[in-house]
Ligand binder design. Structure first.
Ligand code: S3P
Length: 174
């Protein structure tokens, strides 16, 4: 059974939508950030602060490699996962890649309360930072099979839209 892999920027709803999608499809759920935190016994912001981003990216690479070997999972990935080609290769080997999108203002509203968990968005002018990072990263997120914009729809509706497209694709390939 193929995995369903959610890619996308911070605050696009990967974790919350992923959990719900997994329940509805009878899949298991995994979140790469959560696995990294468990393995490192540290929160992500601490890993960034104490070990640096490149160490975090290495842990991320190893985690992605491991979860790519599982099957029957909905996998929610950290926003930077698609930036490493090796990650995309591993995840697409046994998974359908779905990209979640949202407008920058919506992203800021969603992540504002937990900016601590997002070291890349700290500092002044988070909105322009989000906009710039989104533009830089769009080509990587576009490597997914399809995308869903979550800006104006609730979790339930996002899940419904993803399910339709995923089931269509599974039908085509069976
Ligand atoms: C990151 C996104 C975060 C987390 C880390 C780096 C990124 O995950 O992996 O702070 O590079 O976009 P979420 O997308 O789950 O917030």
């Amino acid at each position: 059974m193929k995995n369903i892999v959610l890619l996308g920027f911070m605050g696009t709803g990967k974790s919350i939508i992923g959990r719900r999608l997994a329940v509805e499809l009878g899949y298991r759920f995994a979140d790469t950030d959560q696995i990294i935190e468990e393995r490192a016994h540290k929160r992500i912001d601490k890993i960034f602060a104490e070990e640096g981003e490149s160490w975090f990216r290495q842990l991320e690479l190893e985690t992605v490699h491991d979860v790519s070997g599982w099957s029957g999972y909905v996998i929610s990935t950290g926003g930077g996962v698609p930036l490493q080609e090796e990650n995309l290769k591993a995840l697409s080997g046994n998974g359908i890649l779905v990209s979640l999108k949202a407008r920058p203002e919506v992203i800021l509203r969603r992540v504002r309360k937990r900016l601590g968990k997002r070291p890349l968005l700290r500092g002044p002018h988070p909105l322009s930072r989000i906009t710039r990072l989104l533009t830089e990263r769009q080509p990587f997120y576009d490597r997914a099979a399809f995308s869903i914009d979550t800006s104006d729809v609730d979790v339930q509706e996002s899940v419904r839209r993803i399910k339709i497209k995923v089931l269509e694709r599974m039908g085509e390939n069976s």
